[in-house]
Design a binder for this molecule. Structure first.
Ligand code: PLP
Length: 383
């Protein structure tokens, strides 16, 4: 199998799996217990928190362990609005967010908040002039993702931070799932940042919320008061320790991996862009990460391309894994103003540190073969 669906999830490192088992086996004490064993476990949890914080260049008190990025996004969005609701009732979300952000905003709209959708330009990057026009004295929350999960667009976080200086009441939340370790970000500029371990070779079921100030977010679940009261429930210590390990191992590899991904993306674009009907929705420039490439064959359904590559042992995806089972136009591509045919015919190819040059060459070869055999004639007969 050639696995090119690393945006959806990644293969855990062997060392990470070993750490997970070892911590569960030898340090199964409850970190909230005051007995000696509990205290030892708590030390381990504290060390994991410090390791994550050091890599992200923030204080360890700002790192909260959760079950996944979806949970982190929910806590940051609902929790900040709970804190600020007496100061305003408008919230802004970019149109290209992951459903774990968009659907949470829609829930807040149902609860009575006024929801403003923020546009992107045709490149899929935030329209800063539109943001300027949306910000009001009533605005209390804004979400813009770090890197888009469908086409890899890197959002102008620094420029947004500049604009927000005139609006100190606004909580700025950034979904960092596809951006962490891939693009620099200064976390002390923003209010919250979320990510999931399984996107960088950690295990599923553990995530992080960075929160600049605990005082600015109400907890949305209630219980034993773990994680400084933000996220009650016995902490998944083995998950947290293994997340810290996965983050460190990935961090150490980052410079080499980024170089390698640029070569892969260059090769794919060089080989496929010259085919008449292929559209590349993720150009080779610094406004996009190199680990994601979105490619379309307008007039062909993305599912058909995914399935034909599947049959040849190559795993790619239509849009984000969470929505690929329901058939509707991808919201992020739609927000860019791409044609219906382009959106329907799009696939996403995504790399990890494990991806090899030979695999990319095979992908290109198989894509061309399937195109010539199955799709070219269909497209040309419809023109
Ligand atoms: N945000 C983005 C940008 C994502 O790509 C994903 C997952 O694909 C999520 C949030 C949700 O992550 P999880 O399913 O680990 O909660």
């Amino acid at each position: 199998m050639i696995y090119l669906d690393n945006c959806a999830t990644t293969k855990p490192y062997k060392e990470v799996l070993e750490t997970f088992v070892e911590v569960n086996d030898n340090y199964y004490g409850n970190p909230a217990s005051i007995n000696k064993f509990g205290k030892t476990t708590n030390k381990l949890l504290d060390a994991a928190r410090k390791q994550v914080a050091d890599i992200l260049k923030v204080k360890k008190e700002t790192i909260y362990f959760t079950s996944c990025a979806t949970e982190s996004n929910n806590i940051a969005i609902i929790g900040s609005v709970e804190h600020k609701k007496d100061f305003g009732n408008r919230i802004i979300v970019s149109k290209i967010e992951h459903p774990s952000v968009l659907e949470t905003y829609r829930e807040l709209e149902r609860r009575g908040f006024i929801l403003d959708y923020l546009n992107v330009d045709s490149n899929g990057l935030i329209d800063l002039n539109h943001l300027k026009s949306l910000l009001t004295k009533e605005t209390i929350l804004l979400s813009v993702m770090h890197v888009n999960n469908v086409y890899g667009g890197v959002q102008p976080i620094k420029e947004i931070v500049e604009l927000l200086k005139e609006y100190p009441k606004v909580h700025f939340h950034v979904d960092g799932v596809q951006g962490v370790l891939k693009k620099e970000i200064n976390l002390s500029d923003i209010d919250s940042y979320s990510f999931s371990a399984h996107k960088f070779h950690g295990i599923k079921g553990v995530g992080v919320l960075y929160l600049k100030s605990r005082r600015t977010v109400h907890n949305i679940t209630f219980g034993g008061g773990q994680e400084n009261g933000l996220r009650s429930g016995t902490v998944n210590v083995a998950g947290a320790v293994s997340l810290a390990k996965a983050l460190r191992l990935s961090y150490e590899r980052t410079p080499d991996v980024l170089k390698k991904h640029r070569e892969f993306k260059k090769l794919i674009i060089n080989e496929l862009d010259s085919i008449n009907h292929v559209v590349i929705n993720s150009p080779l420039d610094d406004n996009y990460v190199d680990s994601i490439i979105n490619i379309s064959l307008p007039k062909i359904k993305g599912e058909a391309i995914v399935n034909s590559l599947n049959e040849r042992g190559i795993m790619v995806s239509t849009t984000s894994a969470c929505s690929s089972k329901t058939f509707h136009l991808n919201e992020a591509l739609y927000a860019r103003g791409l044609s219906k045919e382009n959106i329907e015919g799009s696939i996403r190819v995504s790399f990890s540190y494990k991806t090899k040059l030979e695999e990319i060459k095979t992908f290109v070869k198989v894509f061309k073969e399937e195109y010539n055999k199955k799709f070219k004639e269909v497209i040309e007969s419809g023109i």
